[in-house]
Design a protein around this ligand. Structure first.
Ligand SMILES: Nc1nc2c(ncn2[C@@H]2O[C@H](COP(=O)(O)OP(=O)(O)OP(=O)(O)O)[C@@H](O)[C@H]2O)c(=O)[nH]1
Ligand SMILES: [Mg+2]
Ligand SMILES: [Zn+2]
Length: 322
């Protein structure tokens, strides 16, 4: 798949460590399997129990390969974070880059048929992110008992035609859950699949339906969720269906925008657009561009969503310059 921006290839632990700084002390190898606030659960690569470590100098996220040392009485300490492959990066509302999980095989975008409503624009953002970061992509529509609105059904069919695996299920009664499990078992071995999507769509409910014997964490109360807008899941964690077949459950986020977006990579990675043979190779397919063929080649609804995202990135760059 596609290249990632070079700045996403940096070492996970200390971006831009300068020569002359002390080299990390050696520790035991392991992998981060859960994060709660400043507490990090590390599973040793070798024998032994999971170790609770406390975040200090080293930022770590689920999926990170780390080295840790066990300190008597105080839990463990992470001493280095390995290079991240196929990580999911976002920019937060302040424009800061943030890594959500690393060493992933793909993203499973979880969306509900309703409550909260299905949003094609959010799907586009995850679609672009998967393409940018070299992640596989699948979609699970939950709460199909609520009835699937026409707009959602049409959007999902369109993505199916683009080659995305789209599944639907009802975590409450288990319908369709087996197919999701089958998908995960058949597409395993390249790291966990991260469940992403709005708060309240049913990520944890789906995790619980897939793993009835595991403790996947709390599931939201709809009424409470609507009143307070609280997120039910507060930290990310990895759960195993079978050896090598894993999922990451993570807190829902209000708005998602992949880190490192530029107008060019929106053009390159937006689903259903390009490569197009416009007169100019650097054509961004904005309306009225000289010799642009986008309006002939791309369906109107897709082009409209593409242009909206492109404009958002251009505006963001303008704001950053000021
Ligand atoms: N109608 C219906 N509701 C469901 C179904 N599955 C889950 N829900 C409800 O959806 C709400 C949110 O579920 P969660 O699993 O906590 O959602 P989440 O995506 O993990 O939310 P965050 O952790 O906040 O990101 C809960 O009230 C569930 O009971 C379903 O199949 N049908
Ligand atoms: Mg949750
Ligand atoms: Zn064009």
């Amino acid at each position: 798949m596609s290249r990632r921006p070079s700045h996403h290839r940096r070492k996970g632990g200390r971006p831009g460590r300068k020569s002359g700084e002390p080299v990390a002390e050696a520790g035991e190898p392991g992998r981060v399997i859960a994060i709660r606030g400043r507490r990090v659960l590390v599973r040793p690569d070798g024998e032994g129990e999971d170790v609770v470590c406390f975040l200090s100098g080293h930022r770590a996220v689920v999926g990170d390969h780390v080295e840790f040392v066990e300190a008597k009485g105080t839990g463990g300490k992470i001493v280095s974070v390995g290079e991240r492959e196929r990580a999911l990066w976002r920019v937060d509302f302040k424009g800061r880059e943030q890594v959500i999980a690393s060493n992933l095989q793909g993203l499973i975008v979880v969306a509900s048929a309703d409550h909260p409503a299905y949003r094609p624009g959010l799907m586009d953002r995850y679609h672009v992110a998967a393409n940018m970061f070299g992640l596989e992509l699948a979609i699970v529509l939950t709460k199909s008992d609520l009835g699937v609105p026409e707009e959602a059904a049409a959007d999902l069919q369109w993505r199916r035609e683009l080659g995305v695996e789209v599944m639907s299920c009802t975590p409450h009664d288990g319908q369709g859950v087996e197919a999701v499990a089958q998908f995960l078992l058949e597409h395993a071995g390249g790291g966990p699949w991260a469940f992403v999507g709005h708060s309240g769509v049913g990520k944890t409910s789906l995790g619980a339906a897939l793993l009835p014997d595991a403790d996947v964490g709390p599931i939201g109360e709809v009424s409470e969720f609507w009143k307070t807008g609280q997120h039910t899941t507060t930290g990310a964690s990895i759960h195993e269906l079978a050896p090598g077949a894993e999922i990451v459950d993570s807190p829902g986020i209000r708005t998602f925008l992949p880190a490192g977006l530029t107008p060019e990579n929106v053009r390159e990675h937006f689903p259903g657009v390009g490569p197009l043979h416009c007169r100019y190779r650097d054509c961004l397919h904005r309306s009225g561009e000289d010799g642009c063929v986008a309006e002939d080649e791309v369906d109107a609804a897709t082009l409209q969503r593409y242009r909206r995202m492109l404009q958002e990135v251009i505006d963001m760059q303008e704001r950053a310059k000021r």
